[in-house]
Structure formats: C-alpha cells, structure tokens
Write a protein that binds this ligand. Structure first.
Ligand SMILES: [Zn+2]
Ligand SMILES: [Zn+2]
Length: 273
C-alpha cells in the first residue's frame, strides 16, 4: 500500500513527500545518476555500482526489472547480471559494465509513463487539474464521462489519499484537451456551468489560469490567482477581484505590517534618544 512507503526516494517521487529524509534521498539519486552519466563518456568499462543503485531506485518505485529492461532497450538478463550476477554460473554481480548499458539504464526514470499503471501515487496534480476545470465551469459529471468513469467513482477517486498512475495520466490528457475549451461547446448548460463555478469557489479551488503547467504537480507550488500572488499588490488585487486572499498573499500582507510596526518602533526609539 502506497501510504506505507518508507521515507526515501520513492516516497519523494511517488507521494510528493518533501521532508528532509525524502529530499536527501532525492539529492542522492540525482548525484548518483549525474556522476555515473559523465563517467561513462570516455572509458571502455565503467563501475557497475551506480547502475545497480539506479536500478534499486527504480525498483523502489515499483518498476519491475522487465519494465526497466524494456524502457532501457536492453536484455533483462543483462540487468540481472548487474544486480545479482549469474548464480547458475556461479558468477558474482558484475563489477564493470559497458558505458552503453550504463547510459541506457541511467536514462530510465520513474516517470508516470514508465510506472506500472496500477502504481499508487500522490493525488495532488490530479486534484488541482480537476479543481481547475470545475472552477472554469466544467461540471464534474462531464469530466467523469470524459474519463469513462461514473460520477460516483470519480468522486471517490478525488477523495482518496492516492490515485492510480494511469488515472493521473488520463486526467492530465483530459486537462490538456479541455482547459481551453468552452464547456458549452460540449453540451454543458448555463446552469450547470454556474453550479460548477460556485462549487469550486466554495472549496477554494483555483481556476486553470492560476496554474502553471510546469509547476502544477509541484507540492510547493501555489496557484497564482491574481498574477501577482505572494506580493502586496497581489493581496490588493484579491479585494479588487472579489476573490478571498490566498495564503501567500496573506503572508505578504502580514510581513508588510510587521515591517511597518518595526519601523515605527525604531522611529520611536530615535525620537526618545
Ligand atoms: Zn518524506
Ligand atoms: Zn494571492
């Protein structure tokens, strides 16, 4: 069960955990991969250990050896020889590998496309995308139908702590297909659109325009409602647009007030002196 993954690389990658342990595991992964990739550029044989480490990272993300071999375009037996040697021949794990094999394996990353479709992953990007579509007027039953799901299964999916990798991909494709489309063109009624918008507003779901495609899956990203969120101007813009201020804007306002108090205090001290 994905909820019980230990903190480490897989948890960073699949569950979006950004704790210290997971962040450290991610930097170890990057370091191992980057070092091994440059090492392979000029030697006839390279150390097999970074390749083994990389395969174990992929396995921790629930990628099977068969899949890793297929994505890398190499024979599975060659990966087994790197991992375990050939016990039937009495050989130990390989100490050196050809740079070509190393490069092919190191190029494989546990991206959604490479994961097993049934791998459970963080629902964050999926919720944000669905929320963004509802916020611009897409009724949830239309989105469910687009995915070939019943409205009730769709609702259940959104409430779960994890989603299937294949659903994440399907919701991404749906988002890319619909974000610029007018729901009316697909048969949504004016009342249905108004209801969807109200529903999203009540839940604070950010609309399509507030998200950046590059960061919508990033746990640390926040929606930019005003085009200037996280600044004092953004905070004022919320009031002008009638959208409740978001947390980064509230933080900016509080920081400004704190600075003002400190400046007044300092001025007071100057006067007294
Ligand atoms: Zn963690
Ligand atoms: Zn804001």
């Amino acid at each position: 069960m994905a909820g019980e993954r230990d903190h480490g690389y897989a948890r960073y990658r699949l569950d979006g955990c950004r704790c210290y342990v997971c962040g450290f595991a991610r930097s170890r992964y990057d370091e191992n991969r980057a070092k091994a990739m440059t090492a392979g550029t000029w030697e006839p044989w390279v150390d097999a250990e970074p390749v083994r480490v990389h395969i174990r990272h992929l396995q921790a993300c629930e990628m099977g050896l068969r899949t890793i071999a297929a994505v890398a375009g190499v024979d599975r037996k060659r990966l087994q020889a790197v991992l375990n040697g050939r016990p039937e021949r009495g050989t130990a794990p390989q100490e050196k590998v050809r740079p070509g094999l190393a490069a092919a394996v190191l190029a494989v990353e546990p991206s959604l496309e490479n994961l097993a479709p049934s791998t459970l992953v963080s629902p964050l990007g999926t919720r944000r995308r669905v929320g963004a579509l509802v916020a611009v007027g897409w009724p949830q039953q239309h989105l469910a139908a687009h995915l070939g799901m019943t409205p009730s299964n769709f609702g259940t999916m959104l409430g779960r702590p994890h989603v299937l990798a294949r659903r994440v991909l399907a919701v991404r494709a749906m988002y890319d297909a619909l974000w610029r489309t007018d729901p009316r063109e697909r048969g949504a009624t004016a009342a249905g659109i108004a209801r969807a918008k109200r529903y999203a507003a009540n839940r604070g779901w950010a609309p399509v325009g507030a998200w950046d495609d590059d960061t919508i899956d990033d746990p640390e990203a926040f929606p930019d409602w005003t085009g200037r969120c996280g600044t004092l101007e953004g905070d004022r813009e919320h009031y002008r647009l009638g959208i409740p201020p978001c947390q980064p804007c509230r933080d900016a306002r509080n920081a400004y007030r704190r600075q003002g108090r400190q400046a007044r205090k300092a001025a007071h001290v100057d006067e007294a002196a």
